[in-house]
Write a protein that binds this ligand. Structure first.
Ligand code: SF4
Ligand code: ZN
Length: 303
């Protein structure tokens, strides 16, 4: 960080300089500023409707911990009902470590923690083929998030996707010829079927740095461990360098995505023959994964 100045609000030593907002803030004033930014974005993009029950996905990383904390803070002001959802992927010691952090966060924030374990389906993410592990993991997380949230009676799933995540998805979708997937890069995707829970991304226009400083200033535990299956962070590095050369790039990019992208209203879908969930084909991707990797038949989840 360049030479630190004084906090714009109270004059103490600033710990963060936000170029996009032309403001420097100390560790006591920053959390409030951050919470105001998230609240403003939630209201502007109508992410939450009256009396919707929210379940926030939490992995234990800085972004999801920031999400849990900011929603807790806003729940008082906006009268939100919020709980947490942790998906135990069964990744060696990594998942156990994250679970402990998530438990600490839920205790500190006094939020109910719901857990669903992939092991209850007879496999773990470690059992999947190396090359496909992250795409399998993505399918598993999306499926379990939606099913668990719906069965527990929640209206909305909140995830901690950041502006860097949105930009990375955009580049990857576009370069792989799947441009149409970019229509999902919006702050809120409404349910199109009774089996699908609405998704919101309250941090879509927050950066990883903003989230990191928020959890540090709030003294919240979070994991800095990297998943043993994690791919290289090439896109994150590219995005970092573009921002360095063109300050304001990230914010302008996601603001314009929110302005111009509209989620497709899905019409040509069916229900999986095996599990009954919404699917693009006869058997959904999750059931195909189960068929390939599960050591037993039958499904259950613990909450
Ligand atoms: Fe899943 Fe790890 Fe890949 Fe993330 S990095 S998608 S947690 S396997
Ligand atoms: Zn299925």
């Amino acid at each position: 960080m360049s030479k630190l100045t004084r906090c714009r609000k109270c004059g103490r030593k600033a710990v963060i300089k936000l170029k996009d907002y032309r403001i420097s803030l100390c560790e006591r004033c920053y959390p409030e500023f951050y919470e105001q930014l998230v609240e403003r974005s939630i209201r502007k993009h109508k992410m939450i409707k009256n009396k919707e029950k929210i379940i926030a996905a939490i992995s234990g990383g800085k972004d999801s911990v920031a999400l849990a904390s900011v929603l807790t803070k806003l729940s008082e002001k906006m009268q939100l009902e919020v709980e947490l959802l942790y998906i135990d992927l069964g990744i060696k010691s990594y998942s156990k470590f994250l679970k402990n952090i998530v438990k600490k966060v839920s205790n500190l924030l006094d939020l109910n923690l719901n857990t669903v374990s992939v092991k209850n389906y007879g496999f773990s993410i470690d059992d999947t083929e190396n090359k496909k592990v992250c795409s399998v993991c993505g399918v598993v997380k999306r499926y379990l998030m939606n099913k668990t949230a719906r069965e527990l009676g929640f209206d909305v799933i909140a995830t901690g996707h950041t502006s860097e995540d949105f930009i990375e998805f955009f580049f990857k979708n576009t370069l792989s010829g799947n441009y149409e997937l970019n229509c999902k890069l919006v702050p809120r995707i409404d349910s199109f079927d009774g089996k699908i829970v609405t998704k919101i991304r309250p941090l879509f226009d927050r950066t990883e740095k903003e989230n990191m400083f928020y959890v540090l200033c709030k003294n919240l535990p979070f994991s800095t461990e990297i998943c043993p299956h994690a791919p290289r962070r090439d896109w994150k590095e590219i995005i970092y360098y573009i921002e360095l050369k063109k300050p304001g790039f990230k914010r302008a990019f996601v603001t314009n995505l929110a302005k111009f992208m509209r989620p497709n209203i899905k019409k040509d879908y069916r229900y999986c023959k095996l599990c009954g969930e919404v699917s693009n084909s006869e058997i959904c991707s999750f059931c195909r994964i189960i068929n390939k990797y599960s050591k037993f038949n039958g499904v259950s989840y613990d909450v």
